[in-house]
Design a protein around this ligand. Structure first.
Ligand code: FAD
Length: 494
């Protein structure tokens, strides 16, 4: 039976869910508070430059294939995918960097140069990571996090030990070169936690990195948002922007609608793709499942200070994705997870999409995105942003051996306050709730409200977790739960 479903937000998870729910025959409308769709994956266009505001790494292409495949489509029906070679470059000091190319074989050669005998260990490590990928990303993450039993399969039982060790321990057991260690610990940062706090089983991220590679969708990640928007509209979804949801209306513990810009919209089902904590504040206190204390105790993924810079020349000695690991990783990590404060010497990441994509910047110019991971909830004022821009630009100039400051045409910044103001993000987190052992699967905030019937949640604070591929999966999982419940209710009504 067709249901009227109102979806709050238009990030990856909400857009994905809308496609599945519309395909199942429901009347689906998305309400987005901002002027443009895409949530954290929106786009900034300025003076002929184009920047992805949020995600820039396209990993796990099979997840995107599977998503579009569910609608008898392919990513290539909507956007062109370019495999990056090199995938990225990591700087450790001036004249000192390692380049990660596009095949495991080439990466093995780079490893062997750094540490004799490391390529053999790397092959073994990645084979294990691949086996974890096949279990986790092809199967486990497609389970809705309803029960702990979902994680108990013959395949996971064989790997139980990997839930009680960490990536950090595993990597350090095999590799002693600190540069190789930091490269192998890098991928799990996408899950929002340090490698020393991430179970070994999550080495599937290393397979995503070295085994599958890094891709760039032509015109940026935003072209994936536009692709799913087009698919959603083909399936009959209505998308409305500038619609701030102020309240979720409930009657006797049943969600009956939402209030958007003062207007009541009655609905059979309400699904929120906005940050989970914020969504619960749209409910009366007695209808919320999780207290402020609960949220405060959770390990959140970092926030970020970002700069989007238009340069009046091409930038040398950098790749499309370039990491600056030239300072102490541990000290920076402590300032994120142990004693939240602005890091003294931050690691940072830089992306130059115009190295690959001519549409990202005018001829002869370069688009640069700079990201410093930060603890959520830090004081965010223009003077601090400026200080950190200076800091990283000076290091950037020294390490890459060129002047860039005088070639800045413009820079835009984005930090804690913007995450809060633009996305209603809890403490200004960028990537949601970290995926640690105790914040995995059934231990994460639930997709279905325990307190309000007909109310559902999706996105990076829920199941399965942070990142674009998990957000697509989250949309599918919640749509399946909704359909299951519609079916049950219809049978019971008969
Ligand atoms: C800087 C940055 C870099 C990242 N890099 C990568 C990367 O390289 N690769 C990768 O895979 N992932 C990356 N991620 C993570 C990835 O972008 C996210 O996991 C994903 O986009 C989250 O999608 P979502 O559906 O959970 O929610 P969001 O994108 O947060 O969408 C939520 C939406 O809800 C809307 N909303 C909130 N409150 C209301 C309200 N009251 N009424 C109406 N609408 C509301 C918001 O405006 C927003 O549009 C990055 C994230 C950030 C921030």
């Amino acid at each position: 039976m067709q249901k009227k479903i109102s979806i709050i937000g238009s990030g990856f998870s909400a857009l994905a869910a809308s496609c599945y729910l519309a395909k199942a025959g429901n009347k689906v409308t998305i309400y987005e508070k901002n002027e443009t769709i895409g949530g954290r994956a929106r786009q900034l266009k300025k003076e002929g430059f184009t920047f992805d505001i949020g995600p820039t790494w396209y990993w796990m292409p099979d997840v995107f294939e599977r998503f579009f495949g569910d609608f008898e489509k392919h990513p290539s029906d909507y956007y062109q995918l370019i495999k990056l070679n090199p995938a990225y470059q990591v700087y450790f000091a001036k004249n000192d960097s390692i380049t990660i190319e596009d095949t495991l074989q080439k990466i093995c050669i780079a490893f062997e140069k750094e540490e004799k005998g490391s390529s053999k260990k790397l092959k073994k490590f990645i084979a294990k990571a691949q086996s974890n990928y096949n279990i986790a990303i092809k199967d486990l993450v497609y389970r809705p996090g309803v029960s702990p039993l979902e994680l108990v399969t013959p395949a996971t039982m064989k790997k139980i030990g990997q839930f009680f060790s960490t990536i950090s321990k595993d990597v350090r057991k095999e590799f002693s070169n600190p540069r190789l260690v930091s490269i192998l610990e890098f991928p799990v940062l996408f899950l929002g936690a340090k490698a020393s706090n991430t179970p070994s089983f999550y080495s599937f991220m290393n397979y995503a990195d070295f085994g599958l590679g890094t891709f760039h969708p032509k015109n940026g990640m935003y072209s994936v948002i536009l692709a799913i928007k087009n698919l959603a509209e083909e399936l009959g979804v209505t998308i409305k922007t500038n619609q701030n949801i102020e309240k979720i209306i409930t009657e006797n513990k049943v969600a009956v609608g939402i209030i958007a810009n003062g207007e009541t919209i009655l609905s059979d089902i309400v699904l929120s793709g906005a940050d989970y904590h914020h969504t619960e504040t749209l409910l009366e206190k007695q209808d919320r499942q999780y207290s402020e204390t609960y949220w405060n105790k959770k390990i959140f993924a970092p926030s970020s200070l970002l700069f989007y810079v238009g340069f009046n020349k091409k930038i040398k000695n950098v790749e499309h994705h370039t990491l600056f690991f030239d300072v102490d990783f541990e000290a920076h990590a402590k300032s994120i997870y142990n004693n939240p404060e602005w890091p003294e010497d931050p690691l940072f990441y830089a992306s130059f999409p115009s190295k690959t994509d001519t549409n990202a910047a005018p001829d002869g110019k370069e688009a640069g995105i700079f990201l410093i991971p930060l603890a959520p909830g830090l004081i965010d004022i223009p003077e601090i942003r400026e200080e950190y821009f200076e800091k990283i630009m000076s290091r950037f100039e020294k390490i890459t051996k060129q002047n860039v400051k005088e070639f800045v045409i413009f820079k835009e910044s984005f930090c804690v306050n913007d995450f809060i103001e633009q996305y209603n993000s809890y403490k200004g987190n960028a990537y949601g709730l970290a995926n640690t052992l105790f914040q995995t699967a059934f231990l994460r905030p639930k997709l279905k409200s325990r307190k309000v019937k007909g109310l559902y949640f999706t996105g990076q604070l829920s199941v399965p977790g942070p990142g674009v591929p998990p957000s697509l999966i989250s949309g599918k999982l919640v749509a399946q739960l909704i359909e299951k419940n519609i079916f049950k209710t219809t049978i019971n009504d008969k």
